[in-house]
Design a protein around this ligand. Sequence first.
Ligand code: NAD
Length: 335
Amino acid sequence: MNILVTGGAGYIGSHAVRKLLEAGHLVVVLDNLSYGHRDAVPNEIPFYKVDLKETDRIEEILRKHNIEAVMHFAALISVGESVQKPLLYYRNNTAGAMSLLEAMERVGVKRFVFSSTAATYGEPEETPIFETTKQLPINPYGRSKWFVEQILRDIAVSDSEFGFVAFRYFNVAGADGSIGEDHQPETHLIPLVLFAVMGKRDKITVFGTDYPTPDGTCIRDYVHVNDLVTAHVLGIEALSNGDARFYNLGIGRGYSVREILDAAKNVTGQEIPTVLGSRREGDPARLFANSDKVQKELGWQPQHTNIEEVIASAWHWHTTHPNGYQEPETSSLPK
Ligand SMILES: NC(=O)c1ccc[n+]([C@@H]2O[C@H](COP(=O)([O-])OP(=O)(O)OC[C@H]3O[C@@H](n4cnc5c(N)ncnc54)[C@H](O)[C@@H]3O)[C@@H](O)[C@H]2O)c1
């Protein structure tokens, strides 16, 4: 299949590009490089530095490469920033997806895979979280994605040839050798813990030690990036007319912050400089997926369910690329 990957220069998108190429697909990447890295995309595949809002240019790219399906990763991803700048998030993530979908409509591209998020569930009353669990996002980031889910449902109703799958990711982690996570600023726990070991930051703050969990810290579901993108390949290959599929992507068990710190200590052989802090607003005690649906319907089976293995792959990436995709002498990673 000829597939356009938006956000293909980002963390997850670059892993998806690699997996799609391995599966024999033709891949074209679109990314405005606001957060992505050109070096994360293989030189031999077509790359367009284009923004989602450029509907006409996207239309041209779709036509030029006879694109049959779109995998849409491009988005802004910081929950905290979305609270400060809601319009930016709705414009980029919601209106951006609409611009992309409009270009697809003009050309007649009918297959769409969407990066949604567990943040669309907000603070769910039940765990594990099922696809049928009520979605009540509690921040603009989560809502910017939830709106796209609703738009996709409406398009599928209006056009019987359209088919989409929306994956709701839990915490994505790990790396694949020469590509990995290089978010600036970084907000995810595992890379931050590893940065503390590497001396790139002073310490890790544990936000809340009095949650109703066995060790008092928050529990989250960590899915390896390669397992996550494997589900995308299965999803895009399974899509047919009229599909409106929603799947959770998590491994179905959670690890507490303390368990992550212990695992990171085992992987790196070093103590993690840690301070204990108070709870953050909007952080539920437990978030983990029930992922039976994607396992049953797409035959997905996560391969990396041992958290130490996940952290080891991230550790390998960070120690071999201490400045991410930047050359060492130009690094400006925050301390
Ligand atoms: N990382 C996670 O744990 C996680 C969890 C849930 C959902 N997601 C979703 O997965 C997707 C990928 O996340 P990631 O961690 O790889 O983020 P990332 O920032 O590494 O990648 C996003 C890419 O999109 C590009 N981009 C952003 N806005 C764009 C625009 N308007 N036009 C063109 N390109 C644009 C950025 O330059 C970047 O390369 C996002 O949609 C995110 O919401 C990620």
